[in-house]
Design a protein around this ligand. Structure first.
Ligand SMILES: [Zn+2]
Ligand SMILES: [Zn+2]
Length: 179
């Protein structure tokens, strides 16, 4: 997804496109695109700086944080970026300052900006750190690994014992021993 910057006129450049899901490498284990990626936005240019504002919609497949079952998650994310040209005259010190002061600046060269990275970042930002297949997901049995949404296991009673009841049981055992 490359735009020559001379295509961006004074009015800006509106665009709308659909990327096939294999055109974007998400690069994260346990996260895959489930749909093609619809991208729309506006590019505006102030001198050599190009600003992107728009949105990305698609859906991803990831796994439930509790039971590890696959789940699809819809993505409707903001797309925002600032591109500045690579300047050969920048010393490495200046580059450090540039990155420290404005971490969101992406550089471009050869008068072309590439939006792929911004689209990928936008998708990743929209994926929650913890996603559950359903609100009340019961997760996996900590002992045998059985997915407790699908079936109970033999140890499930044990692992579901209320911790407060466990303490009572310990006290009761100690009491019986003392007798
Ligand atoms: Zn789950
Ligand atoms: Zn179990």
């Amino acid at each position: 997804m490359v735009f020559p910057i001379e295509e961006i006129g004074e009015e800006g450049l509106d665009f709308k496109l659909v990327l096939k899901k294999d055109q974007i490498v998400v690069g994260q284990t346990d996260l895959n695109l489930n749909d093609d990626v619809a991208v729309k936005g506006t590019l505006t240019r102030i001198d050599d700086n190009v600003y992107l504002k728009g949105g990305v919609t698609t859906s991803v497949v990831t796994s439930c944080s509790r039971c590890l079952d696959a789940l699809t998650y819809p993505i409707d994310s903001e797309l925002k970026a600032h591109f500045a040209p690579i300047d050969d005259r920048l010393t490495s010190l200046n580059e450090v300052e540039l990155h420290a002061s404005d971490i969101d600046v992406e550089v471009y060269e050869k008068q072309q900006i590439n939006l792929t990275q911004s689209v990928r970042d936008s998708i990743l930002l929209a994926v929650p750190a913890i996603s559950l297949c359903e609100k009340g997901c019961k997760g996996l049995c900590s002992q045998c690994g059985q997915n407790l949404n699908h079936a109970f296991c033999k140890c499930s009673n044990e692992s579901f014992t209320d911790p407060r009841l466990k303490i009572l049981k310990v006290l009761k055992d100690q009491f019986s021993k003392g007798e």
